[in-house]
Design a protein around this ligand. Structure first.
Ligand code: NAP
Length: 309
């Protein structure tokens, strides 16, 4: 049990990320009260059934009244509308943060609405799964994962420290970078892999010479790992693509060039080039495991499925 850090926390959006925060906050006793607000009655009712907060309302403006910490966890394309709705009701001195997967766009959407007397500190926990909604969350989601803060110039040091301590209490390691750099880094480590996964699964689905039942039956030979990423929330990923367009297009251009190089090596039977690349990439996997960002257990630590041969 940790000490109370905030009298009132308000969560706007209570899907995978919002509900994981809610569960962790509840378990750790970080807040005196937790007000949950979301767009639909159905999700609000489910959040109440799951006892994710102490108070519940569909009215985001009402939800943020008297809150010391407001965390916005909605698709990035909706951040501007949420900021406009909550701005007039924020308490002076409140910390407002978000969890959006793109940062320059979120700042451009939210900052103009933020009153001068609140501390707006954008953030992004690098933690997630392919599931969404309030049932998908779990309190350990952030444990051992990075949370990147992208403070705007002039951010109050004490407010930043409070938010850093909050994420650390949830088990995260906290880093800081500017929005443009964040968006570039995330374009390569997260956005491009998802786009490639969506593309490869789409290609397999469109193939005429291989049947859909064969794709599913033999999926364990590599395809299955792409399908996990390609099962991610369509709304979230549509918004990520639309709101990190420049960085994603830049990385896609690099990716296409490198793919052409690989294609040429295969066409001309250049085994040396293939072997060199595959050796380099294997070392990167090793570094990720050494950094504690994945498990070295076979099959990514998935439990064995006796039904699969
Ligand atoms: P989620 O499970 O789909 O939940 C989304 C929440 O936002 C729900 O409460 C939903 O309300 C609400 N919402 C959806 N559209 C909205 C709109 N137009 N206006 C207002 N509220 C809206 O999503 P999530 O995975 O928690 O993602 C939330 C944020 O976290 C996104 O910005 C995403 O980029 C970021 N993020 C996600 C991951 C991940 O792996 N999933 C990781 C890190 C960061 P209703 O259900 O009531 O409609």
């Amino acid at each position: 049990m940790s000490d109370r850090q905030f009298d009132k926390i308000t969560l706007i959006g209570i899907g995978l990320i919002g509900s994981s925060i809610a569960r962790a906050v509840k378990n750790l006793g970080i807040a005196g009260s937790v007000t949950v607000s979301t767009r639909s009655q159905k999700t609000l009712d489910r959040a109440r059934e799951l006892e994710l907060g102490t108070d519940y309302t569909l009215d985001a403006g009402e939800a943020v009244q008297d809150a010391d910490l407001v965390i916005v966890s909605v698709p990035v394309g909706a951040s501007g509308d949420v900021a406009r709705e909550i701005a007039p009701h924020l308490k002076p001195g409140a910390i407002v943060t978000d969890v959006g997967s793109t940062k320059a766009s979120v700042v451009a959407q939210m900052l103009p609405h933020m009153p001068k007397n609140v501390h707006f500190i954008p953030g992004h926990p690098l933690a997630g799964t392919e599931h969404s909604g309030p049932d998908a969350g779990f309190p350990e989601l952030f444990r051992g994962r990075w949370c990147i803060l992208t403070p705007v110039p002039g951010t109050d040091k004490a407010a930043k420290k409070k938010l850093t301590t909050f994420w650390e209490t949830l088990g995260s390691k906290v880093d800081e970078m500017d929005t443009a750099h964040h968006d570039k880094v995330l374009a390569i480590v997260s956005h491009l892999p998802h786009i490639i996964a969506y593309n490869i699964v789409g290609t397999a689905d469109d193939l005429e010479t291989v049947t859909e039942s064969e794709v599913i039956k033999y999926s364990a030979s590599g395809f299955r790992d792409f399908t996990r990423l390609a099962a991610s929330d369509p709304t979230m990923w549509r918004d990520v693509c639309l709101h990190n367009k420049e960085a994603i297009l830049e990385m896609l251009a690099r990716f296409s060039e490198d793919l052409a190089y690989l294609q040429r090596a295969i066409r001309w039977g250049d085994g040396e080039k293939l072997f060199d690349l595959f050796t380099r990439t294997r070392a990167i996997r090793r570094s990720i495991i050494d950094a504690g960002q994945d498990t070295a257990a076979p099959n990514f630590g998935r439990p064995a499925d006796p039904s699969k041969g």
